[in-house]
Write a protein that binds this ligand. Structure first.
Ligand code: ATP
Ligand code: ZN
Length: 299
């Protein structure tokens, strides 16, 4: 038995989630000394250690108690949760924070030259995927009977190899699909990285460590999502514009020299500023829109 006065976090050893996960933990004030084999990192600033593993192993490591927390994609977590459910194993882990990176979607893609009247197009076909559970749940919801063909990698070449007619794979930019003459037709699952914890709370010193880490992560995550929005508008357009910023702190309104009707505004916005939102603001009378990231914040 390992001692439970240290917290152990599992993160991906190398891959898309490794750097953002390490960056997030560093911002929360954690520093580590790497072991020679680079699988275990000893926590120097706090009694919190890292285990570097394959992302697919993370839910299992939490379930069996080898690790206390983990950073993994919702796609992997939900797939394995459904698998456990099917096997009659109990719920053993749950996502406790969305981390805002590793965003992607699990999508169905078909050969470019297919017409796509809708999911019914998949009826009776073989769909290659590494996510049979998520795919099966989506197919059930659509009332479509298709056959998942489980592949652990290179799913996108399955149609060309004659192993399947369509695929269901992770997409972020769509470049891989394009390169394989496939087109994205339906989203099965939206994903991002999450912090995962056991379903049952810690009953020892790890509880305090986890609580402290969460407090720090919440601080880091809220700064990261926050944006400083600068813009100008006519005075009479200001109330309408503020309705488009419901999550912003009350803005600073400044006069502009020589322009009585026009003001400059500055608002701290707590969630992501999307292009859509900027366009809505422009339509409502904002000009000179500038969105700046927030580096640090002390309320
Ligand atoms: P390993 O199993 O060796 O840890 P992997 O090949 O499964 O690595 P990556 O390709 O690094 O892992 O992907 C890890 C996670 O990153 C995915 O499970 C998913 O949550 C997320 N992700 C974000 N964008 C993409 C994308 N375009 N393609 C695949 N995964 C993505
Ligand atoms: Zn993996």
């Amino acid at each position: 038995m390992r001692t439970h006065d240290r917290l152990r976090i599992a993160i991906q050893k190398s891959g898309r989630l490794s750097d953002p996960a390490r960056d997030l933990l560093a911002r929360a004030g954690l520093s580590f000394r790497e072991s020679r084999d680079r699988l275990f990192c000893y926590g120097e600033s706090l009694p919190i250690d890292l285990l570097l593993v394959r992302d697919d192993d993370i839910p299992g490591l939490i379930a069996e108690g080898t690790c206390d927390l983990g950073v993994v994609g919702q796609n992997v977590l939900e797939e394995q949760a459904l698998e456990r459910l099917e096997d009659g194993r109990g719920e053993a882990f749950r996502a406790i924070r969305e981390l805002g990176f590793g965003r992607c979607r699990l999508s169905v893609a078909v050969p470019n030259d297919w017409d796509w009247p809708g999911p019914a197009r998949l009826e009776g076909l073989r769909i290659a995927t590494s996510y049979p559970q998520l795919l099966a749940r989506w197919l059930r919801g659509q009332g479509v009977a298709a056959k998942p063909v489980v592949l652990s990698g290179s799913v996108e070449i399955a149609p060309r190899l004659g192993k399947a007619e369509a695929i269901c794979d992770l997409v972020s930019t769509g470049a891989t699909l394009l390169a394989n003459q496939l087109k994205e037709t339906a989203t099965v699952f939206e994903s991002q990285a999450v912090l995962v914890a056991p379903s049952t709370p810690f009953g020892d010193a790890r509880a305090d460590l986890a609580a402290m880490l969460l407090r720090r992560l919440d601080g880091v995550l809220s700064v990261r999502a926050s944006k400083l929005v600068l813009f100008q508008a006519r005075r009479d357009a200001v109330p309408g514009l503020l309705q488009l910023l419901p999550d912003a702190e009350p803005p600073t309104v400044m006069a502009i020299e020589g322009q009585d009707n026009q003001v400059a505004l500055q608002a701290l916005c707590r969630s992501a500023m999307t292009w859509q939102r900027l366009e809505d603001m422009k339509r409502a009378g904002a000009s000179g829109l500038l969105v700046l990231p927030v580096e640090q914040m002390l309320a």
